[in-house]
Design a protein around this ligand. Structure first.
Ligand code: 2RA
Length: 316
């Protein structure tokens, strides 16, 4: 709602739907007080765009919304890899919204910020392989996760034991190499989202991606160490210039002044921040980069609203 309001998204009427738990609550939007309603199969009559957040909601109601004539922009994992559903990062593959069949998927947060940076590099020099390690904020796991980090930090500083509830281990003063569930191949689902979604967004299955996703004791803002192997030479200086003029990216890369992207600085911002751009000296055409973004904004809300903007700007 904040992002819709800040970007002055053209809305005739905003309808707020949630579970019965929230129904009846009042929320301020611009200068209006809106009342949250319980989502029902017939809630979508007259709705043009339905922004879904939450996996069980879109599983249950996305098709009802589509039947009622709405275009669904879904922030869950339910439809992302469905070949009939476009997976869109507006800076990367805006034209993919054109072939939607009622549902457009918003990618996983850690995938979005990486794709924004990989796209210009891929267009300029061709990417053959990507190795990414993430340092993901607890906000990606929800409000209770933020509370767990805060409470646990206080408890540990007070000499008390950690009592993990949301995460499988202590998150305060620790890092956990485990996001989402483990799969048969010993990777986590979060890691495979980064692998598979990146190829779909770039529209190129030949880009090899391997990921290690890690939860860090950061409130908000995902960081990623990305190693990119290119097919052609792209010098760090040229990559810096190219990324600086690419949409949605801010380059912060003056290491001698201790200037590089930080999650605390990315918090509340819509851009993807890139720095530490340097040659990978172990391969012929390799680059190392450090990429940070607000996972709740560019990794979720902002990207979803940007997709909605494509719809209103006549991309259809
Ligand atoms: C996380 N990527 O950060 C997830 C949220 N979708 O936990």
């Amino acid at each position: 709602m904040d992002v819709l309001s800040e970007r002055r998204f053209p809305i005739g009427k905003l309808k707020l739907l949630a579970t019965s738990r929230s129904a009846g609550k009042q929320v301020k939007f611009n200068n209006e007080i809106l009342t949250i309603e319980e989502t029902k199969p017939d809630s979508f009559q007259g709705v043009d765009i339905a922004l879904f957040a939450g996996g069980s909601a879109s599983k249950e109601f996305a098709q009802d919304a589509v039947k009622a004539g709405a275009i669904v922009i879904d922030n869950s994992n339910n439809f992302r890899m469905d070949p009939s559903v476009p997976l869109v990062v507006p800076e990367v593959n805006p034209e993919d919204v054109k072939w939607h069949n009622g549902i457009i998927a918003n990618p996983n947060c850690s995938t979005i910020q990486m794709a924004v940076v990989l796209k210009p590099l891929h267009d300029a020099a061709g990417i053959s392989r990507v190795v990414v390690s993430t340092y993901q904020a607890v906000s990606g796991a929800g409000a209770e996760a933020i509370e767990e980090l805060r409470e646990q930090s206080r408890d540990i500083l007070a000499g008390k034991e950690a009592n993990p509830q949301v995460f499988p281990h202590q998150i305060a003063f620790n890092v956990i190499p485990h996001l989402d569930v483990f799969l048969e191949n010993d990777y986590t689902k979060e890691e495979m989202k980064m692998v598979n979604e990146t190829k779909k967004i770039l529209g190129d299955d030949t880009v090899a991606v391997t990921a290690t996703t890690v939860r860090a004791p950061v409130v908000n803002g995902h960081s990623e160490a990305i190693n990119v192997q290119l097919k052609n030479e792209l010098l760090p200086d040229d990559a810096r210039k190219l990324l600086a003029k690419s949409p949605g990216i801010l380059v912060i890369d003056t290491p001698k002044n201790n200037e590089y992207p930080l999650p605390v600085a990315a918090n509340g911002r819509d851009e993807v921040f890139v720095g530490r751009i340097r040659r990978d000296e172990t391969v012929e055409f390799g680059l190392n980069l450090w990429v940070v973004a607000d996972n709740l904004r560019k990794g979720a809300a902002t990207n979803a609203v940007q997709i909605a903007e494509l719809l209103t700007k006549g991309m259809l």
